[in-house]
Design a protein around this ligand. Sequence first.
Ligand SMILES: [Zn+2]
Length: 389
Amino acid sequence: MQNLERYERQLRIEGWRQDKLAESTVMVIGVGAIGCEVAKNLTLMGVGRLIIVDNDVVEVSNLSRQMLFTDDDVGRPKTVAAKEKLVKMNPLVIVDQYYSDVRELSEDLFRKAEVVCSCLDNWPVRRWVNSMCIELDKPLVDVAMEGLYSNLQVVIPGKTACLECHGEDLIPREIQLAECTLRRRKPEDLKKDLEEQKIHVSLDLVERLFEVGIKTIFDIKYSQAQILDKLDEDVRIKVREIQESLKPKMPALQSVAATIAGIATTEIVKILHGESLGRILNGLLVYDGYSTRFTKVKLMRKIECFACGEHVKTEGAEISVSLDDRVIDLKKKIAESFGFPDPEILYKKWRLQDDQTLREVGIKDGDITYVETSRRFTPLPLKLILKTS
Ligand SMILES: [Zn+2]
């Protein structure tokens, strides 16, 4: 009965089903300005279980907009501090918190969620989450903002466009280019790149990073914990310091976060209702706070999308090669075609070596290889089509 009183006003909404909310689990990835708002909204409305994920701690500069945190929380993991506030707001909601990189969590955890809401501030991990949602057939609500602009995309796997369907238009050019960099790099190159960012490190340090495959600034920013774990403690601490100084510091405003997070939460609730509460946003919604303008962009699913295309899922993506290509050439082609910065190619039981030619590997026309990359939840099946010359 306490429930009925608590939710009395929302129960008056036509088509509202509190039971649907109460039996649902929603995963919120990233507990920043937008993530705080979404988690708060879902908690107040009485979602059954909330899974919150973030690998950061609270900083003073978060306090102007990350509404679940106070001065007392500075230095504490965001998820721990957020959970404390959320269970006070509504003790009927179960909150599971994971102070972790989302890419380190078990697949079973994602399976528990009815909807995934991505409130991340970087493309590499957003792309990873997109691939995971498609693989596990989970609706994804992706939200992001910069300054007075924000955007929202709802992905219903198999039905609506995913983040990669129009990745070439939606993912900023400079990120695409950085993603495609696949050069024969030397430790000196990384040292130089860091110096351009005003970060000075010893050659010995970058050499040790190269040993575990960290070759670019992108690798430093977005390497998963399991790669960093291979480093000695002193190097790892240094990498964390560098990561800290490389953190994107985009302009951000609480009111814009609250606006887009409010809309995102309504879409999540509509998904949980199974459309009985209204039509779910199809495509992309852009909010421009400067001119108070909302723009809806209809996105068509791309048949040949390498993340969600039906054919790709069953048959694999395709790429044309010649037997004289070396593995490094194929990797370059993959990096350019799919925007994977660090592809590894698996064939039969082997991980292919850069200097081998495809003839030496024994590739035949139509063979399937698997491309491993930190931008995907699972390796991408890739069919090699031999060029007839
Ligand atoms: Zn797609």
